[in-house]
Design a protein around this ligand. Structure first.
Ligand code: PSU
Ligand code: MN
Length: 303
């Protein structure tokens, strides 16, 4: 066993006895939502995974270890502490060896989940190709990680703070299947459609579990992006969102925001300027993703 990995006893037991386990990231807790909604959401998402028959494993870095499975007080700490690192793949050995507290992104969470033997991971939205990436080269390490690590990612698609068309192109280049659950359209996080057709569509958890089994049994390395459209009730009109996104992008430019700060800055700006409506949508979609992820992980055991 990797000496830098700390697997919660309940998660370790589940993995040993072949129960379904679903991984969860911590960047969304520390850098994606304000306190206390972040903690409430993280705890309710864990409960939804349990209610659907799987064991949740929230992942982050603490006390020199990659932690797989947090208890309530740890989630509370990630939700409240002010100096939590945002840990993508490149930051992982630094934050572990310096014994810092680190909230893991999709990329880092997937890699740690894979080290622990977890196959399904639930989040809100993944990182991708940023608007203007043709000059900034700002492309999230989430994409390159998805090309090489065998952990399926359930998300509500890709937020339109990014260039969704270029993100889909890049996913194709990397050989990452993109499947939308129950829709022909690829969703844009807050909205059910991004205006881009989904490359693939499947309509049941069973079919998704079969596709994961086929991919990995054939030795096809890497993730599958499972896009789960937000419910119609919780969704926000894309045109309304676009105005806020433009404002957020302008503010980021003006403030000289670069590198790893870009995504948290945009998320925070939008949450603050949409009077909580986007936050409520964000919470609704991650809860829905948690239920789907748990069902897929359960189905995967019988394929
Ligand atoms: N997109 C969201 N919500 C999030 C993130 C992205 O809609 O919370 C977070 C995830 O942790 C993701 C990370 O892995 O931002 C991507 O950051 P970057 O663009 O710096 O790679
Ligand atoms: Mn980036």
């Amino acid at each position: 066993m990797n000496e830098y990995l700390h697997i919660h006893p309940e998660v370790a037991e589940a993995l040993r006895s072949g129960k379904p386990v679903v991984a969860l990231e911590s960047t969304i807790i520390s850098h994606g939502m304000p306190y206390p909604k972040n903690v409430e959401t993280a705890l309710s998402v864990e409960q939804i995974i349990r209610d659907n028959g799987a064991i949740p494993a929230t992942i982050g870095v603490m006390n020199g270890k990659a932690v797989v499975g947090m208890d309530r007080s740890q989630i509370e700490a990630f939700g409240q502490a002010k100096d939590v690192w945002k840990v993508s793949l490149r930051d992982l050995p630094y934050v572990v060896s310096q014994q810092l507290m680190g909230a893991t992104t999709v990329a880092a969470t997937m890699r740690i989940a894979s080290m622990a033997g977890i196959k399904v991971f639930v989040t809100g939205g993944i990182g991708g190709v940023h608007r203007g990436a043709e000059t900034t080269m700002d492309i999230s390490a989430d994409l390159t990680e998805m090309a090489q690590t065998n952990v399926a990612v359930v998300s509500a698609g890709v937020k339109s703070i990014l260039d969704i068309g270029l993100t889909l192109e890049y996913l194709e280049t990397l050989g990452i299947p993109v499947v939308t659950f129950g829709s022909d359209d690829f969703p844009s996080f807050y909205s059910r459609s991004s205006g881009h057709r989904s490359p693939l569509r499947l309509d049941s958890e069973k079919a998704i579990a079969e596709m994961l089994a086929a991919k990995w049994s054939m030795g096809l390395t890497g993730s599958v992006l499972i896009a789960n459209p937000i419910s119609a009730e919780a969704s926000i009109d894309p045109q309304e969102m676009e105005a806020y996104i433009q404002q957020a992008l302008d503010a980021a430019k003006k403030a000289g925001i670069k590198g790893k700060e870009v995504t948290p800055f945009l998320l925070k700006y939008i949450a603050e300027h949409t009077s909580g409506e986007s936050l409520e949508a964000n919470i609704a979609l991650i809860r829905s993703n948690a239920a789907l992820g748990a069902k897929i992980s359960l189905r995967s055991l019988s394929v």
